[in-house]
Design a protein around this ligand. Structure first.
Ligand SMILES: C[S@@+](CC[C@H](N)C(=O)[O-])C[C@H]1O[C@@H](n2cnc3c(N)ncnc32)[C@H](O)[C@@H]1O
Length: 201
C-alpha cells in the first residue's frame, strides 16, 4: 500500500538529496549523482524561475522528476511540468509524485519536439541532449542516441525558445550556450558558471 506524505513528512523527504532519493527504487537512485539535479541547485533555480505565484515551469527532459518534485515542494504557488521521452522514468516520476502527494507537479510522456512550449511561462534545461554525444554514463539503452539527434534536438529547442514571449526565463545547468537564441540575455551565473539564468529580451 502506497504511503502519502503529510506536511511534516514532506519536510523530511526534502531534508537532503539522500533522503529524497529513497522515494525511488535503487536503479533510479544509482543514476542520481550524474543525472538528477541536486536540491541546492533546484532551490536556486526556482528562486529565479518563479518570480510570483501562478507561473507554469517546464523541465525540458525531466528524467525521474526530481527537479519538478523539488520545485513543487519549494514553490507551492507555482506549477511544475516535466516532459520526458523515457516511459519508465515518467512512471517512476509519477509514483514519486504520488508518494510525496504533490498536486502542483505533472509529468508528460513525450518527446520535447511534440510539445507546445507556449503553454508554459518559464523553463529549466539540464543538458538533456548530451547523451547523444557519449558512449558511457547513459541512463539506459532504451532510446536511440546519435550525433544527428543531438543537432536535431538542439535545432528544435532553439526554434521553440525563439518564439516565446519577451520576459521568458530560462535556467540552464551544465549546458552549452551556443544552442540558445541571441534574444536570451545572461542575467546571472552561479556554481562556477555551471548554472546560468537567462531572460528573453
Ligand atoms: C540529465 S537528465 C535531467 C533530469 C531532470 N531534469 C532532473 O534534473 O532531475 C535529462 C533527461 O532528458 C531526457 N531527454 C533527452 N532528450 C529528450 C527529448 N528529446 N525529449 C524528451 N526528453 C528528453 C532524457 O531521457 C533524460 O531523462
Amino acid at each position: 500500500m502506497m504511503e502519502i506524505s503529510s506536511a511534516g513528512s514532506l519536510d523530511r523527504w526534502f531534508s537532503s538529496d539522500e533522503q529524497l532519493h529513497h522515494v525511488y527504487p535503487p536503479s533510479i537512485q544509482l543514476l542520481a549523482r550524474k543525472h538528477w539535479t541536486p536540491l541546492n541547485i533546484s532551490q536556486m533555480v526556482v528562486q529565479f524561475l518563479v518570480p510570483h505565484d501562478g507561473v507554469k515551469v517546464l523541465d525540458i527532459g525531466s528524467g525521474a522528476g526530481k527537479f519538478c518534485l523539488a520545485g513543487g515542494y519549494y514553490k507551492p504557488g507555482a506549477s511544475f511540468f516535466g516532459v520526458e521521452q523515457r516511459k519508465e522514468l515518467v512512471l517512476r516520476a509519477e509514483t514519486a509524485r504520488e508518494i510525496l502527494g504533490l498536486k502542483n507537479v505533472h509529468f508528460i510522456h513525450s518527446n520535447l519536439t511534440e510539445l507546445d512550449f507556449k503553454q508554459y511561462d518559464h523553463f529549466y534545461f539540464y543538458n538533456s541532449f548530451y547523451e547523444n554525444l557519449i558512449d558511457t554514463d547513459k541512463i539506459d539503452d532504451s532510446i536511440e542516441c546519435t550525433p544527428e539527434l543531438y543537432n536535431y534536438y538542439n535545432r528544435k529547442l532553439y526554434e521553440k525558445l525563439a518564439e516565446l514571449q519577451p520576459g521568458t526565463r530560462l535556467a540552464t545547468f551544465h549546458s552549452f550556450d551556443d544552442n540558445l537564441p541571441s534574444s536570451y540575455q545572461l542575467v546571472e551565473s552561479q556554481v562556477g558558471s555551471l548554472l546560468k539564468f537567462w531572460i528573453k529580451l
